[in-house]
Design a binder for this molecule. Structure first.
Ligand code: GLA
Length: 338
């Protein structure tokens, strides 16, 4: 038996949404809010053990036999993320513990990726941050059926203190980008909950893939080819991905040059593109972005993550106060053994 404590952060995406699953660019950062798993691992047990987990905020206890064979059928539903990880790992060593989280659930700060990475490490997963992230991405798809990209799990597993991560999702190469001292990143909850399961996320992914069938890899397609796509919906989806990748690159350069004004403009353009071309915003998110952008000291704001509700992210001068949570770029997941 050994006692372990594992912590994994959530993430906020500064720019580059709905680009990861088509090999585009993203720029998330791990934040100081996250998920803690405190558990006992039963390495000396006689045979395959059980995965038993309680949550400080969600009802029900997950209690499944290892190895897990049907994560998607586990109750309570929040336990599917943990069970999915155990299934992908083929875990057989029993784990009994408690999950605590200070991330808003369904807020677009990757509470599920944070839970997955924490559970993976608690179950003894080994490997590079990219390997852990890929395992958790597969777990999420197995558990919920949602074909998510790699951004959330990789941001959670590979966070670097004081930095956002420029990720090229065609190679999974991660380049840390320092967040300037003069900048503050705020997350403001719209109060409109969203869940990827049951959302139009899979439809958006299918539309982006259909557009890529016509013009080739969207991040590198020519704008002329994109504008020549016949179907107006596919054309708009392709236009978003293509222009968003340019914005991510320009944003990383602006942040490196400490040009917060330019970085903020790019965030606002990104929000418009997600609203008009990708149609993943909501009137509540649009209003919030508008209010934030009109606030002195705020350089830009946009929806963050999948959209359809959840949080808005704002880039502001350090020192001003906004009605939300200030998030700081922090390290990725960690394990402590007693
Ligand atoms: C969710 C998914 C990510 C990514 C974002 C949109 O957070 O899990 O893979 O696709 O939506 O950028």
């Amino acid at each position: 038996m050994s006692d372990i404590t594992v912590w994994a952060p959530g993430r906020v995406n500064l720019i580059g949404d709905h680009t990861d699953y088509v090999g585009g660019l993203v720029l998330p950062m791990a934040v100081q809010l996250g998920t803690t798993v405190t558990a006992e691992r039963d390495e000396d047990g006689p045979g395959p053990g059980r995965l038993v987990l309680r949550s400080d905020r969600l009802d029900g206890t997950v209690d499944v036999e290892l190895p897990v064979v049907d994560a998607a059928g586990v109750e309570p539903a929040w336990g599917r993320y943990a069970a999915g990880v155990a299934q992908e790992l083929g875990a057989t060593v029993g784990l009994d513990g408690t999950i605590r989280s200070d991330l808003p659930i369904g807020g677009g700060l990757s509470s599920s990726a944070s839970l997955e990475v924490a559970v993976a490490l608690a179950l003894g997963a080994e490997g590079t941050p990219l390997e852990i992230a890929r395992l958790c991405q597969r777990a999420e798809a197995a558990a919920t059926g949602v074909p998510c990209g790699i951004m959330d799990q990789l941001a959670v597993a590979a966070g670097v203190d004081g930095h956002a991560l420029l990720i090229d999702c065609s190679t999974d190469e991660v380049t840390p980008v320092r967040v300037p001292d003069a900048a503050a990143v705020w997350v403001v909850d719209s109060g409109q909950p969203r869940e990827l399961a049951g959302s139009e996320y899979p439809l958006r992914r299918a539309q982006a893939e259909a557009a890529a069938e016509i013009v080739g890899a969207l991040p590198h397609a020519s704008m002329a080819d994109v504008e020549a796509i016949d179907d107006p919906v596919l054309r708009a989806r392709a236009r978003h991905v293509r222009t968003e990748c340019d914005r991510v690159r320009a944003f990383a350069a602006a942040v490196a040059a400490e040009d917060l004004v330019r970085a903020g403009e790019l965030m606002v353009e990104s929000h418009r593109s997600l609203r008009d071309d990708y149609e993943v915003s909501t009137p509540v998110l649009d209003d919030l972005v508008e209010q934030l952008v009109a606030t002195p000291g705020v350089h830009g704001a946009r929806l963050t993550g999948a959209g359809f509700g959840g949080c808005v992210v704002a880039l502001a001068d350090r020192g001003i106060r906004l009605p939300g949570t200030r998030v700081r770029p922090t390290v990725g997941a960690t394990v402590f053994w007693d």
